[in-house]
Design a protein around this ligand. Structure first.
Ligand SMILES: NC(=O)c1ccc[n+]([C@@H]2O[C@H](COP(=O)([O-])OP(=O)(O)OC[C@H]3O[C@@H](n4cnc5c(N)ncnc54)[C@H](O)[C@@H]3O)[C@@H](O)[C@H]2O)c1
Length: 333
């Protein structure tokens, strides 16, 4: 395969990011964009000089594209993955696969039986800082991994109409952290979660939490602590710490520069943290796309897999049950 011809479904926030990654990759060419909101598809298509359509079905032709990126809303993912498998077109699908495990399971066997690569967009695995820490844990820099701490706070809540259909904070926000936990620990055997209503009456009103703390138990007695909030006064708070019997590795928040300001009201002041995922994780989306393309060209298996996407949802569902009942919930595959 020479240049990989890529079709994109969904021209919204994350679709625009993927379009830029495809355009800037030396081995890929964006060829068409589908969005049911035709104006959105056309605006992005004009920017990249490609075709636009309001009908995603038009993209499923392996004579015109070699790979597909699915960046439309979550409720569309299962059907589009199934269409990609039927057409034999490798697909990188945004997370989560779906909010309903029954819908995920309805296509599980078909995806497993197919040789068409399906990757799920858990981009944080590809963040250069987290990926470096992960490599160093794998190579034994902290010895045997005992404790992982993931802090993940959004700068401010998403709009209420989005939150109302998001599946709840544990399936919407924490799902990234569940995938990160699985990246390090592999098999999670139980989850204990607590949900809090600390600052938003609106979020409480839709029956969701605005903050959670979660403890996961790994099959080798690892503990993973996840702390989430839907707000943080100082910006997007994304930290990771791996502790083992021979030391610790830690990733702090990222600022645009490391220039520090000293004056009469403070010392060592950095610029604010990168504000949200489109800044903080921009590199990760580029690396994610690059790895996906490399692997479909070489025939190696892509990751995170459909099974990784399913497993993160299983943990999120168990965590939701734990938060609602107060009980620790066991996880089976
Ligand atoms: N990995 C990440 O960091 C990350 C970040 C944001 C969003 N996401 C995921 O990406 C997906 C899209 O989120 P977003 O924030 O870009 O949403 P968005 O609302 O900004 O964009 C979605 C786009 O899809 C279009 N659309 C709706 N139904 C469609 C259909 N049936 N076929 C084709 N297009 C359709 C909409 O018109 C819209 O332009 C969600 O699943 C979300 O969870 C992932």
């Amino acid at each position: 395969m020479d240049t990989v011809r890529v079709g994109l479904i969904g021209a919204g926030r994350i679709g625009q990011v993927h379009a830029r990654s495809v355009a800037s990759h030396p081995d890929t060419q964006l060829v068409s964009i589908a969005d049911v909101f035709l104006d959105g598809a056309q605006a992005l298509a004009r920017e990249h000089g490609v075709e636009a359509t309001a009908n995603p079905d038009e993209l499923f032709d392996s004579n015109t594209i070699d790979a597909l990126i699915i960046a439309s809303p979550t409720a569309t993912h299962v059907d589009l993955i199934e269409q990609a498998v039927d057409a034999g077109i490798p697909a990188l699908c945004e997370k989560p696969i779906d909010l309903d495990i029954a819908r995920v399971d309805a296509i599980r066997e078909k995806v497993a039986a197919s040789s068409t690569p399906i990757a799920i967009g858990f981009n944080r695995r590809f963040d250069p800082h987290f990926a470096n820490l992960h490599r160093r844990v794998q190579s034994g820099d902290v010895g045997s991994l005992e404790q992982l701490v993931i802090i993940s706070r959004d700068p401010a809540p998403a709009p209420l109409d989005y939150l109302a259909v998001s599946g709840g904070i544990l399936r919407d926000q924490t799902i990234h952290d569940f995938d990160m936990a699985r990246f390090f620990v592999g098999n999670i055997v139980s989850v204990t979660a607590q949900g809090f209503n600390q600052f938003s009456e609106e979020i409480k009103g839709i029956g969701d939490y605005d903050a959670v703390t979660v403890t996961l138990r790994g099959e080798n007695e690892e503990s993973v602590t996840i702390i989430n909030s839907r707000h943080a006064a100082y910006g997007f708070d994304q930290r990771l710490e791996a502790f083992g019997n021979q030391g610790m590795l830690r990733v702090e928040n990222v600022t645009d520069t490391l220039v520090r300001h000293f004056n009469s009201s403070g010392v060592e002041a950095l610029e604010p943290y990168q504000n949200f995922f489109l800044q903080r994780y921009m590199d990760s989306y580029r690396v994610e796309l690059g790895e996906f393309v490399t692997k479909i060209r070489t025939g190696d298996s892509t990751s995170p897999t459909f099974e990784d996407g399913r497993a993160a949802l299983v943990v999120a569902n168990a965590a939701t049950q734990s938060a609602q009942t107060g009980a620790t919930v066991s996880i089976s595959s």
